[in-house]
Design a protein around this ligand. Structure first.
Ligand SMILES: Cc1cc2nc3c(=O)[nH]c(=O)nc-3n(C[C@H](O)[C@H](O)[C@H](O)COP(=O)(O)OP(=O)(O)OC[C@H]3O[C@@H](n4cnc5c(N)ncnc54)[C@H](O)[C@@H]3O)c2cc1C
Length: 527
């Protein structure tokens, strides 16, 4: 999209933009890319003077991979990361077993990725920044929000250096300690433990093959070293070292070296060049609401939870994906501001679910620390692929039911926990499945190629749907499907001719009869 949407805020005397994003972590960067792709004028400000180098998140789940591929990052991510990293488990220093959570998994007709991708969050962020730069947007470093005000016409951000930014909307992606959330007085409800539970850091390691995530469990706690693809570095996570009085020892290279000897029983492991040292405390909290007027919360700013299941960065990316098209459509004048209420309606229940599964997962890992052969995968107690998460309860879920064979690539747990529907049903609100589409008239080999972008897609199954695909609004892409072998019908549970409207974030908006053009237009009109 070429045209740039200028802000029309009520604030005067300051530079104006469409959306200002506070925080350039994975959430803010995903949102910035998705807005910039729509032609929305966006500024993304970051308090840090330099980009963060600590690895933190290290896996992208299947749903995040689909989202980032839609944004054009698929090939670069695949080149940078790796899949199928084995978990090598030791107990009291002795090797016990090796497992790989996605062993044997293959891409399927409806799910193009078979396994999570391993790569450090810092690398994901760099790729997102590069993508953003292609839209002409740069992260503004050393630019800290210290205050803001809003009125019916817009938002004005106050910067630490005295500068001001006026915008139509502000999105807080400023992490768990969010200044914006605190300024709004939005309660961050839940529990936290002031004592550190884990130390983490990035180190180099001599004496260990980077071919697995090494996990030493035992009566004294846990010590783990995970190789970070594309680097010489490893992420270390370990139970906190305590001194003679039982007090937590602050993380340092020396402490990491002592922990390595204690848990592995090996003197030949040499840790060097620690570039990130951190402690991690249990915090299970979520914001009571995600919106206050023209200000939205996303990512860790809206929810923090245990690392079990690797859902933090992924949930932030998926928040941003849900919000981006809605914000873009409102700023571009394609939808009424009421659409923005559906962001909290759809994403807040997902956060509640995420807090539950990651807490249960962390409890399972902690309980397993004293059991030989237990490793981090004990923390995968729900669908950590993100594929089954949908929005059936949302007001954006139009009527209609299709029956499908459930087909989720991830074997261990593909229950539709959040969508909560019966297996075998594809409903409005669910993630729209991929499928090879040899019968489509205009080229792409897979449905996801049709979906990629910020438009709605109207799938028209069979000749009976042809007339319904004519003269649609410019932001709806019609896709006539002959589907000679029935593969797409099978993926969508469609038996005859029908229409399926797909949202820009690739969730099903509406399933309608083939002659249901009026239903589709009514749905779009209601936006
Ligand atoms: C050891 C560890 C392992 C993890 N493993 C995983 C994993 O495997 N998978 C996974 O999905 N997640 C994982 N996570 C969680 C993941 O790192 C976080 O969930 C993720 O960073 C959240 O992204 P975010 O963009 O919402 O917030 P952040 O990454 O915290 O970014 C917020 C940004 O806002 C900036 N900022 C703050 N205040 C201001 C201000 N006032 N003005 C301007 N800028 C501001 C900050 O400097 C920061 O850059 C892990 C975390 C840790 C610590």
């Amino acid at each position: 999209m070429q045209n740039t949407t200028k802000a029309a805020t009520g604030m005067t005397g300051v530079d104006a933009t469409g959306v200002v994003i506070v925080g350039a972590g994975p959430t803010g960067l995903t949102l910035a890319c998705a807005l910039a792709r729509q032609g929305v004028e966006v500024r993304i400000i970051e308090r840090a003077e330099e980009f963060h180098t600590g690895s933190r998140g290290k896996t992208l789940n299947l749903r995040s991979l689909e989202i980032l591929a839609d944004l054009g990052l698929g090939e670069r991510l695949a080149a940078a990361g790796r899949t199928h990293l084995p978990f090598r488990k030791y107990f009291a220093g002795e090797f016990v077993n090796e497992t790989e959570p996605f062993a044997g998994a293959r891409p399927t007709a409806t799910v193009p990725y078979e396994a999570s991708l391993w790569l450090p969050q810092t690398r994901v962020e760099r790729l997102l920044r590069e993508q953003l730069a292609e839209y002409g947007v740069k992260v503004e470093l050393a630019t800290e929000l210290v205050d803001f005000r809003q009125d019916a016409g817009g938002v004005e951000v106050h910067l630490a250096d005295g500068g001001r930014i006026a915008a139509e909307y502000l999105v807080a992606c400023d992490g768990g300690r969010s200044t914006v959330r605190k300024l709004l007085g939005i309660p961050f409800v839940g529990d936290g433990d002031p004592e550190p539970m884990m130390v983490c850091g990035d180190v180099e390691v001599e004496g260990l093959e980077p071919d697995a995530w090494h996990q030493w469990f035992g009566p004294q706690g846990a010590f783990m070293l995970c190789p970070l693809p594309g680097t010489r570095r490893w992420q270390l996570q370990a139970s906190v070292e305590t001194d003679a009085e039982g007090r937590a020892v602050a993380p340092s290279l020396e402490s990491f070296q002592r922990l390595a000897a204690l848990h592995t029983g090996r003197e030949d492991l040499e840790l060097t060049n620690a570039t990130w040292l951190s402690t991690w405390r249990v915090n299970v909290r979520m914001a009571e609401r995600y919106r206050e007027g023209r200000v939205f919360l996303a990512g860790d700013c809206a929810h923090v939870h245990p690392t079990a299941g690797g859902l933090g960065m992924n949930t932030g990316i998926q928040d941003a994906w849900n919000l981006a098209w809605k914000l873009g459509y409102v700023v571009r004048g394609l939808a009424a501001p009421a659409l923005l209420d559906t962001y909290q309606e759809e994403r807040l229940p997902i956060a509640a679910w995420t807090l539950d599964v990651s807490s249960a997962g962390m409890a399972a890992v902690v309980a397993g620390v004293g059991t030989p052969g237990v490793g981090v995968e004990a923390g995968r107690v729900g669908d950590t692929t993100g594929l089954s998460l949908g929005y059936r309860w949302s007001r954006l879920a139009g009527g209609g039911v299709a029956t499908v064979a459930t087909d989720v690539a991830d074997g261990p747990d593909s229950a539709r926990v959040v969508t909560g529907g019966a297996d075998g049903l594809l409903l409005a609100g669910d993630r729209a499945p991929d499928s090879p589409c040899p019968g489509s008239e205009d080229g792409p080999a897979r449905l996801f190629e049709h979906f990629a972008g910020d438009h709605f897609t109207l799938l028209g199954f069979g000749p009976g749907a042809r007339t319904s695909l004519a003269a649609l609004p410019a932001y709806v892409r019609p896709v006539p499907l002959d589907d000679p072998d029935g593969a797409i019908r099978a993926a969508y549970g469609i038996t005859g001719d029908a229409l399926v409207l797909i949202r820009p974030d690739n969730h099903i908006a509406l399933i309608a009869p083939a002659d249901g053009r009026a239903d589709v237009l009514a749905y779009l009109g209601a936006l």
